[in-house]
Design a protein around this ligand. Structure first.
Ligand code: 4NP
Length: 168
């Protein structure tokens, strides 16, 4: 073991949408893929959850799986509802839209949490501060558009995290 270069602590990111079947599993899969491409998988804990419970236990929506597969990204996991403990367990909690963010802020207030909450597109160089729109009731084009914004934003998020680790 090289003591002059200690392993950095594990970084943790939770992606959150409404149902945890369309957007947040896609963001989780894309982010994990980007981390793996850089050979940093062991350094990150990555997960996703929903603010609603309607789809708990279900796999990702087929349209999210299809768009991910077209871009060489595999999705896994089953939908679950976000828990108060998630706000402590994950260093960063990343919401897809402002409704998700407001629900997370309310959860944080109820549980006295000082979680670090962000909108994913704060990290999108092409749309800082915008939302990842809910594609559930749209067609496949919606999922491709969502994929592109999720990919850009996850890249930006990973860069921001790696820059902050290197600076510390
Ligand atoms: P997601 O999409 O929040 O991106 O997983 C949705 C999935 C299901 C529903 C809404 C949004 N739904 O109303 O059942």
């Amino acid at each position: 073991m090289d003591d002059s270069n200690p392993r950095p602590p594990q970084r943790s990111v939770l992606f959150v949408c409404l149902g945890n079947i369309c957007r947040s599993p896609l963001a989780e899969g894309v982010f994990r893929h980007l981390v793996e491409e850089r050979g940093r998988d062991g350094d990150f804990l990555v997960d996703s959850a929903g603010t609603g419970a309607w789809h708990v236990g279900e796999p990702p929506d087929r349209r999210s799986e299809e768009v991910a597969a077209r871009h060489g990204v595999e999705l896994n996991g089953r939908a679950r509802k976000v828990l108060p403990e998630d706000l402590e367990r994950f260093e960063l909690v990343i919401a897809m839209d402002r409704d998700n963010l407001e629900d997370l802020e309310a959860l944080a207030v109820r549980h006295g949490s000082r979680a670090r909450l962000h909108l994913l597109r704060e990290f999108d160089p092409d749309g800082t501060g915008d939302e990842v729109p809910d594609p559930y009731y749209g067609g496949a084009t919606g999922f491709e558009t969502v994929y592109e914004m999720v990919r850009r934003s996850c890249n930006g998020l990973l860069e921001a995290i790696l820059d902050s680790s290197e600076g510390s």
